[in-house]
Design a protein around this ligand. Sequence first.
Ligand code: ADP
Ligand code: MG
Length: 900
Amino acid sequence: QVDRYLYHLRLSDDALLDVMARFQAEMVKGLGRDTNPTATVKMLPSFVRSLPDGSEKGDFLAVDLGGSQLRAHQVKVCDDGKQSNQLESKFYPTPKEVTQGNGTELFDYVVDCLLDFMETKNLKHKKLPLGFTFSFPCKQTKLEEGVLLAWTKHFKVRGVQDTDVVTALRKALQKHKASFDIDVDVLALVNDTVGTMMTCGYDDQRCEVGLIIGTGTNACYMEEMRHIDLVEGDEGRMCINTEWGAFGDDGALDDLRTEFDRELDLGSLNPGKQLFEKMISSLYLGELVRLILLKMTKEGLLFNGKVSTALLTKGKIEMKHVCAMEKYKEGLSNTKEILTELSLFPSEEDCVAVQHVCTIVSFRSANLCAAALAAILTRLRDNKKLLRMRTTVGIDGGLYKTHPQYAKRLHKVVRRLVPTCDVRFLLSVSGSGKGAAMVTAVARRLAAQRRHIDATLTPFVLSLGTLREVRNKMRTELEYGLKRETQANATVKMLPTYVCGMPDGTEKGKFLALDLGGTNFRVLLVKIKSGRRRSVQMYNKIFAIPLEIMQGTGEELFDHIVQCIADFLEYMGIKGARLPLGFTFSFPCRQASIDKGTLVGWTKGFKATDCEGEDVVDMLREAIRRRNEFDLDIVAVVNDTVGTMMTCGYEDPNCEIGLIAGTGSNVCYMEDMKNIELVEGNEGKMCINTEWGAFGDNGCIDNIRTKYDKEVDEGSLNPGKQRYEKMTSGMYLGEIVRQILIDLTKQGLLFRGHISESLRRRGIFETKFLSQIESDRLALLQVRRILQQLGLDSTCEDSIIVKEVCGAVSKRAAQLCGAGLAAIVEKKRENRGVEHLQITVGVDGTLYKLHPHFSRVLRETVKELAPQCDVTFMLSEDGSGKGAALITAVAKRLHNVGQK
Ligand code: ADP
Ligand code: MG
């Protein structure tokens, strides 16, 4: 009879799987921006993004409001490797005047209890951070702020709903500050579920779910940020407080709710609310049993149909009674005793029936809880794209802990519902209190970490004012380089190139070109056609220059170059032809004519001896002569910037600037002859190779150089030289990043403080990795994989930091480059004497071409710093090859004109 009566309270596995699916759908609804307002399960972001990592330490206070009692705790967290933490607590009652009075009284009471605790523990004169466990649904916008959405459980305090409870607590603390000597700083507002997860997470790093089955019931878990619409940002995870107690408030569980559930709800403080919680938590379990017994008695099924006053009284049966009655091992004695106390005079049969009722009610509670938990676990597993997952659930709450069978039942059902999860259930020891301290400790660690990272990266953030200053200094240095009196000591050399004319489309013929000074050494054959069939055809071959030759003697270097030319001529079958040759030599050269260039100094990775101060064309001619195999007509020595400008100029006559952002950084532009004091003549224009990479070598931008820039400089082949280039070009950006990463690791902020062998290796962090890591399309997991390939074992949090570091370094590079370019275009505008300048810049270089943000930031900076110039950027297709041929062709044409 009893069984038939309680049929509706029994739930089959199919029914539970159905509940699980409904809860899964509810979670999705709660997470979505548009669906959240109508969702019953609110899925509240907790702003807890990290679990403890064991390096937390310090003394913390915690108050815990929302359970059966108010608790104050002192927690000592030690980072001694043993991961121990100590807890001392004191409990205070929460009388009805407090739980159903007004807000001011409530928070005054909380502070009174806290003061009493601090007095007992002698803590009054210390400055202590406090974590506030407040186990009601709160809408948080940060860790230390939360607006109460609604009271639940046995609380109903006036004037608190829709206000920030942290502010209220702080206000109450402030009132007492004058009369008592206390200094307490509320750092975190924590839900008890989150506290439980954090406490267990301290002992078991795998813990990512927190579950409470006590006075109330609720769960939290770590959700992917990209699924949380209500919080900005896509990276990493955040703990979501599901507030699953409200599941079913929209009627979703009505088919499962019985007449007893409805009756219980109507008699509660919050009718229609927290319907799931009312089927599960300990606050309602006894009451549910009472309502069932009452009805059964009234229908004559129990106690001879005699209803006692006690049985009619709300709250007379509590969870502790249910637990006691379900202690089967003790037979029926407990049940008999309890029922007798309720003046019910039970028979043996009555006792058996009542025990059965208790079991079915608590079994249903465990079943429902398991179904919802199974939904969370499935979601976690799907988020991780795993077929099988191992995880840990931290649990707290009186029902789970004290009920004789509850835990075992729950575990069993969960494992049956999600066989693909290996779940460890970890009991939290006073999780809500200790957990608040853990959240506070983690928050403090993260805040400190944030401060250190910000402090490290702040020097890379350049204000508009600073960028303007850089632009102005660059302008000054450009002038120094052009003026006769100052140019000898100028850092920006402003080298005349003797390239005076732009291609006009009449160029034609076959040319050889060499490209030395970039990543690759190449020999090219370029065929230029003019007129209607105007076109450029190129054939090229890349040759390696071994390090020992790059850094050997000059003779060896040039012999190697000629060897490569010989191979190429052979390969192309043109050994006999004495072709005109343009030599792209991308190092600073002082030229006296277009085919004479004295190397001022090596830059980038080159360092061959006996070359500086020598004419590179002579060296090449001599090497050809030494080989005595073929002859070439070396017409022009060309800087790659000039080649780039020429290539683009061939398409767009408005192109009068060439920019390289590749291995190195450099610019050339067409300057009025009258401004070039070093070269005779005042008519027309000549291209100036600025060699701006050396900007700052006199210390003029040392104010913005960081210690990392200095480290990179000191570890380079040319210390003290090319300071601007070392902040802006592909050869160095990765190295700057590596220096920062080392420093952050040393500070214990990255890679768990462990500097791996690979991180120590110079050059390991290539600039192409910046491009990959900074790509917007890349998920964090992929960043991690890149770092792993580099031998850097990173966590998710590490990956976020590394990405931030890369971003800071590349952004500064682009901005500095933009500031320099702004100086150039402004100068050109003034030269022309126009209000508004339209100009095209030819650009080459892999950093510009492949980095996801460099070119955009560069363009934006130029626009900002040179608002009167309308700058078009034109990508150059192989400037150093085609450009060299074009310059050679132009030079030949002009030469011929001169001869005629
Ligand atoms: P160069 O300037 O040597 O003639 P490039 O223009 O190809 O040749 O530039 C090479 C430089 O570009 C190298 O220093 C390298 O660090 C950098 N680099 C290579 N790949 C990338 C990438 N994907 N993103 C940014 N920089 C890159
Ligand atoms: Mg190049």
